[in-house]
Design a protein around this ligand. Structure first.
Ligand code: UDP
Length: 139
């Protein structure tokens, strides 16, 4: 995957709370092109693998439980400087610290249930995109 791509998920809380449309509107209005997208649900094994970097953290069990409780929207997004610009668009992990107007400030409810995921590096964007999508699903 080229380095102008990032990977995102609208997490189960964002889907449950009816924010898919508003979040996608904000993403596309901010200049990101949708390269791949689907509604899917992670299994426990999927979530444990996806968040393996956090498996020693006290919130790991809760995170896996949360991420598997309902469908998510997974997507690959393209834009110059995609990873950094998308992190700016979503805001801080904890919505209490997220800048005004960011997706997490608008739609997240807590540090755990924070509406969206955004890759934190080009390397992870490629790994995470490939975790959810086959090459033929990327356009
Ligand atoms: N998380 C949590 N409690 C914490 C920190 C993180 O439940 O104290 C969850 C939250 O859903 C977060 C995810 O774990 O988005 C991954 O954490 P990370 O620090 O990588 O934050 P992100 O990159 O998503 O902002």
């Amino acid at each position: 995957m080229a380095t102008n791509r990032t990977f995102t998920m609208i997490k189960p809380d964002g889907v449950e709370n009816g924010h898919i449309g508003a979040i996608l509107e904000k993403i596309t209005a901010s200049g990101f092109r949708i390269v791949a997208m689907k509604l899917t649900q992670m299994t426990k094994a999927d979530a444990e693998a996806f968040y393996a970097v956090h498996n020693e953290r006290p919130f790991f069990g809760e995170l896996v439980e949360f991420m598997t409780r309902g469908p998510i929207v997974a997507a690959i997004l393209e834009k110059e400087n995609a990873v950094a610009d998308f992190r700016t668009l979503i805001g801080a992990t904890n919505p209490a610290d997220a800048a005004e107007g960011t997706i997490r400030a608008l739609y997240a409810t807590s540090v755990g249930e924070n509406a969206v995921h955004g890759s934190d590096s080009d390397e992870n964007a490629a790994i995470e995109g490939a975790f959810h999508f086959a090459g033929r699903e990327m356009f």
